[in-house]
Design a binder for this molecule. Structure first.
Ligand SMILES: Cc1ncc(COP(=O)(O)O)c(C=O)c1O
Length: 364
C-alpha cells in the first residue's frame, strides 16, 4: 500500500471518506424529499462509483454520452437516461444499446421527433424543457412544448417517458436566496407544464429535474418524480462558492509538484495546467480569477495565506506563491467534472493512504 507522499504527479486524488459521505447525504435528501435519485455519472465516469450509487438504491443512472451508456450497459447496469439532446447521427448506436438495456433519449425539436419516428425503433423518449437556463429545451409555455408532448403521447412506436429539465442557470446565482428561487422555478415550471398536459389528456409518466446546486438546497419537490444531480459526488470550489457544500465536502483534488520557482519572483509553476485542472475559472473575493485553490503544501514551507492557480497553459499552472521546487501541493479544482475528464484514473485515498486506483472511462 503506497503513501500519498510517494505518488508521482500530477495525479487525481479521490478522498473516499468524503465521497461516501456525499453519496449517502444526497441519497438521504432524495428519500426525504420523496423522489428517486438518478445520478448523472458524467462527473465521475467510474464504474466503482456507479456501483456505490446503485448499492445505495438509486433508481437508475444518467449519462451524457453514448460511450458512458455503453460502458455501463456492458458492465451490468440498466435503466439509463442519455440526458443530452439526441444526436441524430448516432441513432443506430443508441438503438443497439436500447436492445440490451432500458435507455431513455431526450429531444426538444420536431426534427428529432420525426427522425426517431422514422427510425421505426421503440425508443423511450423524454421531452427536454427549458426551466430558465436557456441552453436547450422547449419553452414550457410554447405551443411547441404541447405539440411535441402530444406527438410523443400519440406515437405508436415511441414511449413517452415524461418531462426533463436541468437548471444550469443555478451556477450563475450570487446568493442562497437566489439559488433557492432557481430551484423552485425548476420544480414549478415543470409541474405547471405537466399539469397543463394532463388537463389536455396527455399522459405524463414522470417529471425529472436536477442540478447539484438546486438539489443541494431545495426543500420541496412536490410533483417531481426524480432528481439527477451529478457533481455532488465530489463537489468543488465552484459548489463551495455557491453554497451547495462546504470546502470539507470536496472529494477530488489534483496532486501537483512545484517544477519552477525563480528568485525575485512571487510565483511558482506546478505540473498541473489546463490539461489537469481544465480552463474553468472562478472570480474569488479579491476580485481575481482562480483556476484552483492550493489546499496544502508538503513539506509545509510556511503558514500560507491561501494560494491560487492564477493562470494556465497546457501543462503549466502558475501559483501566486513562491514555493520552492519539489514542494507538493494539492489543488482544489474549480470544476471537478472537467478536471476528472482530464485524467485516466483516480488515486483513491483514505487520509494519506492510497487504497485503490479506479479507471476514468473517458470517451464519446
Ligand atoms: C441534463 C443534465 N442533467 C443533470 C446534470 C447534472 O447537474 P450537475 O452537474 O449540476 O450535478 C447536468 C449537468 O450538466 C445536465 O446537463
Amino acid at each position: 500500500m503506497t503513501a500519498l507522499s510517494e505518488v508521482p504527479t500530477p495525479a487525481l486524488i479521490l478522498d473516499l471518506d468524503r465521497l461516501e459521505r456525499n453519496l449517502r447525504r444526497m441519497g438521504e435528501r432524495a428519500s426525504s424529499l420523496g423522489v428517486g435519485l438518478r445520478p448523472h455519472i458524467k462527473t465521475h465516469k467510474c464504474l466503482e462509483i456507479a456501483r456505490m450509487q446503485r448499492d445505495l438504491g438509486c433508481s437508475g443512472l444518467t449519462v451524457s454520452t453514448l460511450y458512458e451508456a455503453r460502458v455501463l450497459a456492458e458492465n451490468g447496469f440498466d435503466n439509463l437516461t442519455w440526458a443530452f439532446p439526441v444526436v441524430l447521427s448516432r441513432l443506430d448506436e443508441a438503438n443497439q444499446i436500447s436492445r440490451e438495456v432500458d435507455l431513455g433519449l431526450v429531444l426538444d425539436s420536431m426534427e428529432a421527433l420525426r427522425a426517431l419516428e422514422a427510425s421505426g425503433q421503440p425508443f423511450r423518449v423524454w421531452l427536454k424543457v427549458d426551466c430558465g437556463y436557456h441552453r436547450a429545451g422547449v419553452d414550457p409555455e410554447s405551443p411547441l412544448a404541447r405539440e411535441l408532448a402530444r406527438r410523443l403521447d400519440d406515437s405508436s412506436r415511441l414511449h413517452f417517458e415524461g418531462l426533463l429539465t436541468h437548471a444550469g442557470h443555478a451556477y450563475k446565482t450570487e446568493s442562497r436566496d437566489e439559488l433557492e428561487l432557481v430551484a423552485e422555478e425548476e420544480r414549478s415550471s415543470l409541474v405547471r407544464l405537466a399539469e397543463a398536459l394532463r388537463d389536455e389528456g396527455i399522459e405524463v409518466p414522470a417529471v425529472s429535474v436536477g442540478s447539484t446546486p438546486t438539489m443541494s438546497v431545495v426543500e420541496d419537490l412536490a410533483g417531481i418524480d426524480e432528481m439527477r444531480p451529478g457533481n455532488y459526488v465530489f463537489y468543488d470550489l465552484m459548489q463551495a462558492h455557491l453554497g451547495s457544500c462546504s470546502a470539507d465536502d470536496c472529494a477530488v483534488t489534483v496532486l501537483a509538484s512545484v517544477i519552477s520557482s525563480q528568485p525575485g519572483t512571487e510565483h511558482c509553476v506546478i505540473d498541473a495546467g489546463a490539461l489537469a485542472l481544465s480552463k474553468d475559472s472562478l472570480s474569488v473575493g479579491d476580485g481575481d480569477t482562480t483556476f484552483g485553490e492550493v489546499l496544502e503544501t508538503s513539506p509545509r514551507t510556511r503558514p500560507t495565506t491561501t494560494a491560487h492557480v492564477r493562470s494556465l497553459s497546457q501543462e503549466h499552472g502558475v501559483v501566486d506563491s513562491d514555493l520552492p521546487v519539489g514542494t507538493r501541493v494539492r489543488v482544489l479544482p474549480v470544476h471537478s467534472c472537467l478536471t476528472v475528464a482530464c485524467f485516466d484514473e483516480y488515486v483513491v485515498v483514505r487520509g494519506d493512504r492510497v487504497v485503490d486506483r479506479w479507471k476514468v472511462w473517458r470517451g464519446r
